[in-house]
Design a protein around this ligand. Structure first.
Ligand code: 6SG
Length: 248
Protein backbone atom coordinates (compact mmCIF):
# COMPACT_ATOMS: atom_id res chain seq x y z
CA UNK A 1 0.00 0.00 0.00
CA UNK A 2 1.13 3.56 -0.66
CA UNK A 3 3.98 4.75 -2.80
CA UNK A 4 7.58 3.80 -2.20
CA UNK A 5 9.50 6.92 -1.36
CA UNK A 6 13.12 7.92 -1.03
CA UNK A 7 13.34 9.31 2.45
CA UNK A 8 16.10 11.80 1.62
CA UNK A 9 14.40 13.77 -1.16
CA UNK A 10 11.52 16.17 -1.07
CA UNK A 11 8.71 15.85 -3.48
CA UNK A 12 5.80 18.23 -3.84
CA UNK A 13 6.90 19.93 -0.65
CA UNK A 14 6.55 16.86 1.47
CA UNK A 15 9.70 15.90 3.29
CA UNK A 16 9.61 12.19 3.61
CA UNK A 17 11.19 11.79 7.00
CA UNK A 18 9.30 10.33 9.90
CA UNK A 19 9.84 13.52 11.90
CA UNK A 20 6.88 15.74 12.60
CA UNK A 21 4.02 13.40 13.20
CA UNK A 22 1.00 14.77 11.43
CA UNK A 23 -0.60 12.75 8.69
CA UNK A 24 0.33 9.08 8.41
CA UNK A 25 1.44 8.48 4.83
CA UNK A 26 1.88 4.77 4.60
CA UNK A 27 3.11 1.75 6.46
CA UNK A 28 6.10 -0.10 5.11
CA UNK A 29 6.29 -3.66 6.34
CA UNK A 30 9.45 -5.72 6.52
CA UNK A 31 10.21 -8.89 8.45
CA UNK A 32 10.15 -7.40 11.90
CA UNK A 33 9.64 -3.65 11.63
CA UNK A 34 6.79 -1.41 10.72
CA UNK A 35 8.00 2.06 9.81
CA UNK A 36 5.44 4.78 9.81
CA UNK A 37 6.06 7.62 7.37
CA UNK A 38 4.57 11.06 7.79
CA UNK A 39 4.07 14.06 5.60
CA UNK A 40 6.15 16.83 7.07
CA UNK A 41 4.50 19.98 5.88
CA UNK A 42 6.58 22.63 4.21
CA UNK A 43 4.88 25.87 5.18
CA UNK A 44 2.23 27.14 2.84
CA UNK A 45 3.04 30.43 1.12
CA UNK A 46 0.30 32.86 0.18
CA UNK A 47 0.77 35.80 -2.17
CA UNK A 48 -2.03 38.32 -1.98
CA UNK A 49 -2.95 41.94 -1.37
CA UNK A 50 -3.10 43.30 2.19
CA UNK A 51 -6.83 42.63 2.49
CA UNK A 52 -8.91 39.81 3.91
CA UNK A 53 -10.71 39.56 0.58
CA UNK A 54 -10.68 36.07 -0.82
CA UNK A 55 -8.25 34.66 1.75
CA UNK A 56 -10.03 35.03 5.08
CA UNK A 57 -11.49 31.54 5.01
CA UNK A 58 -8.19 29.99 3.91
CA UNK A 59 -6.29 31.70 6.71
CA UNK A 60 -8.82 30.59 9.30
CA UNK A 61 -8.73 27.03 8.06
CA UNK A 62 -4.92 26.91 8.07
CA UNK A 63 -4.89 28.41 11.56
CA UNK A 64 -7.44 25.87 12.76
CA UNK A 65 -5.23 23.05 11.46
CA UNK A 66 -2.16 24.55 13.10
CA UNK A 67 -0.44 25.14 9.76
CA UNK A 68 2.30 27.68 9.31
CA UNK A 69 1.59 30.29 6.64
CA UNK A 70 4.18 32.53 5.01
CA UNK A 71 2.69 35.63 3.44
CA UNK A 72 3.94 37.73 0.54
CA UNK A 73 2.00 40.95 0.54
CA UNK A 74 1.62 42.70 -2.80
CA UNK A 75 0.83 46.41 -2.75
CA UNK A 76 -1.61 47.84 -5.26
CA UNK A 77 1.26 49.97 -6.62
CA UNK A 78 3.39 46.89 -7.26
CA UNK A 79 0.41 45.17 -8.83
CA UNK A 80 -0.20 48.19 -11.06
CA UNK A 81 3.23 47.76 -12.67
CA UNK A 82 1.88 44.59 -14.29
CA UNK A 83 4.83 42.24 -13.82
CA UNK A 84 3.27 40.21 -11.02
CA UNK A 85 -0.05 40.09 -12.84
CA UNK A 86 1.73 38.75 -15.92
CA UNK A 87 3.26 36.00 -13.81
CA UNK A 88 -0.13 34.82 -12.54
CA UNK A 89 -1.77 32.02 -14.48
CA UNK A 90 -5.10 33.85 -14.80
CA UNK A 91 -3.76 37.35 -14.15
CA UNK A 92 -5.11 37.44 -10.60
CA UNK A 93 -4.22 36.86 -6.98
CA UNK A 94 -4.33 35.04 -4.55
CA UNK A 95 -1.62 32.49 -5.24
CA UNK A 96 -0.91 29.63 -2.87
CA UNK A 97 2.26 27.59 -2.92
CA UNK A 98 2.43 24.26 -1.18
CA UNK A 99 5.92 22.96 -1.92
CA UNK A 100 6.14 22.57 -5.69
CA UNK A 101 2.43 22.95 -6.16
CA UNK A 102 1.31 26.42 -7.27
CA UNK A 103 -2.39 27.16 -7.07
CA UNK A 104 -4.51 30.05 -8.22
CA UNK A 105 -8.26 30.37 -7.52
CA UNK A 106 -9.26 30.76 -3.89
CA UNK A 107 -11.83 27.97 -3.95
CA UNK A 108 -9.30 25.51 -5.37
CA UNK A 109 -7.06 26.48 -2.45
CA UNK A 110 -9.81 25.80 0.05
CA UNK A 111 -10.41 22.42 -1.55
CA UNK A 112 -6.71 21.57 -1.57
CA UNK A 113 -6.22 22.41 2.08
CA UNK A 114 -9.54 20.78 2.99
CA UNK A 115 -8.54 17.59 1.18
CA UNK A 116 -5.20 17.45 2.96
CA UNK A 117 -6.44 18.16 6.44
CA UNK A 118 -9.65 16.17 6.61
CA UNK A 119 -12.07 19.02 5.93
CA UNK A 120 -13.60 17.55 2.75
CA UNK A 121 -16.09 14.99 4.07
CA UNK A 122 -15.68 11.37 5.04
CA UNK A 123 -16.78 9.92 1.69
CA UNK A 124 -17.51 10.92 -1.92
CA UNK A 125 -21.13 11.81 -1.21
CA UNK A 126 -20.18 14.14 1.62
CA UNK A 127 -17.48 15.66 -0.60
CA UNK A 128 -20.06 16.37 -3.30
CA UNK A 129 -22.44 17.92 -0.79
CA UNK A 130 -19.59 20.08 0.53
CA UNK A 131 -18.87 21.18 -3.07
CA UNK A 132 -22.53 22.10 -3.46
CA UNK A 133 -22.48 24.14 -0.25
CA UNK A 134 -19.28 25.88 -1.25
CA UNK A 135 -20.71 26.78 -4.67
CA UNK A 136 -23.65 28.43 -2.92
CA UNK A 137 -21.32 30.34 -0.63
CA UNK A 138 -19.43 31.47 -3.75
CA UNK A 139 -22.71 32.65 -5.36
CA UNK A 140 -23.41 34.86 -2.36
CA UNK A 141 -19.78 36.02 -2.14
CA UNK A 142 -19.91 37.12 -5.78
CA UNK A 143 -23.05 39.17 -5.09
CA UNK A 144 -21.28 40.73 -2.12
CA UNK A 145 -18.15 41.51 -4.18
CA UNK A 146 -20.29 43.05 -6.94
CA UNK A 147 -21.95 45.27 -4.36
CA UNK A 148 -18.63 46.30 -2.81
CA UNK A 149 -16.73 47.02 -6.02
CA UNK A 150 -19.46 48.11 -8.42
CA UNK A 151 -22.58 49.47 -6.77
CA UNK A 152 -21.98 50.15 -3.09
CA UNK A 153 -23.63 53.57 -2.99
CA UNK A 154 -26.61 52.72 -5.14
CA UNK A 155 -27.14 49.05 -4.25
CA UNK A 156 -26.44 48.65 -0.52
CA UNK A 157 -29.99 49.08 0.68
CA UNK A 158 -31.45 46.64 -1.84
CA UNK A 159 -28.67 44.14 -1.13
CA UNK A 160 -29.39 44.16 2.60
CA UNK A 161 -33.12 43.84 1.97
CA UNK A 162 -32.59 40.80 -0.23
CA UNK A 163 -29.92 39.26 2.02
CA UNK A 164 -32.37 37.28 4.19
CA UNK A 165 -33.50 35.34 1.10
CA UNK A 166 -29.92 34.17 0.58
CA UNK A 167 -29.21 33.43 4.23
CA UNK A 168 -32.40 31.46 4.85
CA UNK A 169 -31.31 28.23 3.09
CA UNK A 170 -28.02 28.15 5.01
CA UNK A 171 -29.88 28.69 8.27
CA UNK A 172 -32.26 25.84 7.44
CA UNK A 173 -29.39 23.49 6.51
CA UNK A 174 -27.51 24.23 9.73
CA UNK A 175 -30.66 23.92 11.83
CA UNK A 176 -31.36 20.51 10.31
CA UNK A 177 -27.86 19.10 10.72
CA UNK A 178 -27.42 18.19 14.38
CA UNK A 179 -23.66 18.67 14.22
CA UNK A 180 -24.15 22.37 13.48
CA UNK A 181 -21.97 22.08 10.36
CA UNK A 182 -23.14 22.29 6.75
CA UNK A 183 -22.36 18.64 5.97
CA UNK A 184 -21.71 15.61 8.16
CA UNK A 185 -20.34 15.78 11.65
CA UNK A 186 -17.09 17.64 11.04
CA UNK A 187 -16.13 21.13 9.98
CA UNK A 188 -15.35 21.41 6.26
CA UNK A 189 -13.78 24.05 4.03
CA UNK A 190 -17.30 25.15 3.04
CA UNK A 191 -18.04 25.92 6.71
CA UNK A 192 -14.93 28.10 6.92
CA UNK A 193 -15.94 29.83 3.71
CA UNK A 194 -19.48 30.49 4.94
CA UNK A 195 -18.15 31.67 8.31
CA UNK A 196 -15.78 34.16 6.69
CA UNK A 197 -18.53 35.53 4.45
CA UNK A 198 -20.96 35.84 7.38
CA UNK A 199 -18.39 37.89 9.30
CA UNK A 200 -18.19 40.26 6.32
CA UNK A 201 -21.96 40.43 5.99
CA UNK A 202 -22.29 41.26 9.67
CA UNK A 203 -19.99 44.23 9.13
CA UNK A 204 -22.16 45.36 6.23
CA UNK A 205 -25.38 44.78 8.14
CA UNK A 206 -24.89 44.14 11.87
CA UNK A 207 -28.43 42.80 12.34
CA UNK A 208 -28.48 40.49 9.33
CA UNK A 209 -28.32 37.28 11.40
CA UNK A 210 -30.86 38.33 14.00
CA UNK A 211 -33.68 36.23 12.58
CA UNK A 212 -31.43 33.23 11.88
CA UNK A 213 -30.62 31.43 15.15
CA UNK A 214 -28.76 28.55 13.51
CA UNK A 215 -26.49 30.94 11.59
CA UNK A 216 -25.93 32.98 14.74
CA UNK A 217 -24.88 29.97 16.77
CA UNK A 218 -22.73 28.72 13.85
CA UNK A 219 -20.85 32.04 13.89
CA UNK A 220 -20.50 31.94 17.68
CA UNK A 221 -19.26 28.36 17.71
CA UNK A 222 -16.79 28.85 14.87
CA UNK A 223 -15.48 32.10 16.38
CA UNK A 224 -14.85 30.22 19.62
CA UNK A 225 -12.61 27.54 18.06
CA UNK A 226 -9.38 28.36 19.91
CA UNK A 227 -7.09 28.80 16.90
CA UNK A 228 -9.72 30.67 14.90
CA UNK A 229 -10.32 32.92 17.90
CA UNK A 230 -6.57 33.58 18.19
CA UNK A 231 -6.41 34.56 14.51
CA UNK A 232 -9.47 36.81 14.77
CA UNK A 233 -7.80 38.54 17.74
CA UNK A 234 -4.40 38.79 16.06
CA UNK A 235 -3.51 42.45 15.41
CA UNK A 236 -2.01 41.85 11.96
CA UNK A 237 -5.12 40.00 10.85
CA UNK A 238 -7.51 42.47 12.49
CA UNK A 239 -5.97 45.46 10.78
CA UNK A 240 -6.42 44.02 7.28
CA UNK A 241 -9.30 45.76 5.53
CA UNK A 242 -11.98 43.39 4.27
CA UNK A 243 -11.85 44.75 0.73
CA UNK A 244 -9.39 46.51 -1.54
CA UNK A 245 -11.41 49.71 -2.06
CA UNK A 246 -12.01 50.54 1.61
CA UNK A 247 -15.73 49.69 1.45
CA UNK A 248 -17.24 47.14 3.77
C1 6SG B 1 -9.10 40.69 -6.58
O1 6SG B 1 -10.78 38.54 -8.13
O2 6SG B 1 -8.43 42.78 -3.25
N1 6SG B 1 -8.58 38.54 -7.45
C2 6SG B 1 -8.45 39.90 -7.44
N2 6SG B 1 -7.49 41.66 -8.74
C3 6SG B 1 -6.51 42.25 -9.55
O3 6SG B 1 -5.97 42.75 -11.75
N3 6SG B 1 -11.81 33.69 -8.92
C4 6SG B 1 -10.62 34.27 -8.34
C5 6SG B 1 -10.33 33.61 -7.00
O4 6SG B 1 -11.28 33.15 -6.35
C6 6SG B 1 -10.85 35.74 -8.14
C7 6SG B 1 -9.59 36.44 -7.82
C8 6SG B 1 -9.79 37.87 -7.40
O5 6SG B 1 -9.17 33.51 -6.60
S1 6SG B 1 -9.41 40.11 -4.96
C9 6SG B 1 -7.38 40.41 -8.30
O6 6SG B 1 -6.43 39.70 -8.59
C10 6SG B 1 -6.77 42.15 -11.00
O7 6SG B 1 -7.73 41.48 -11.43
C11 6SG B 1 -10.18 41.50 -4.22
C12 6SG B 1 -9.25 42.68 -4.10
N4 6SG B 1 -9.42 43.61 -4.99
C13 6SG B 1 -8.61 44.84 -4.95
C14 6SG B 1 -7.78 44.93 -6.18
C15 6SG B 1 -6.40 45.08 -6.23
C16 6SG B 1 -5.95 45.40 -7.54
C17 6SG B 1 -7.09 45.36 -8.36
C18 6SG B 1 -8.24 44.99 -7.50
C19 6SG B 1 -7.95 48.13 -5.47
C20 6SG B 1 -8.95 48.08 -6.45
C21 6SG B 1 -8.38 48.45 -7.61
C22 6SG B 1 -7.03 48.71 -7.40
C23 6SG B 1 -6.78 48.53 -6.10
FE1 6SG B 1 -7.39 46.74 -6.98
Amino acid sequence: MGRERDSTKTEGGFIKEPRVARTPLHFRRSACTVEIYYYTMAPYTLTYFAVKGRCGALKMMLADYGQELKENLVTFDEWGKGEIKASCLFGQLPKLQDGDLVLFQSNAMLRHVGRKHGAYGKNDCEASLIDMMNDSVEDLRLKYIKLIYQEYDTGKEAFIKDLANHLKPFDAILAKNKSGFLVGDKISFADFNLFDLLLNLKVLSPTCLDSFPALKSFVEKTSARPKVKALLENDDFKKLPINGNGKQ
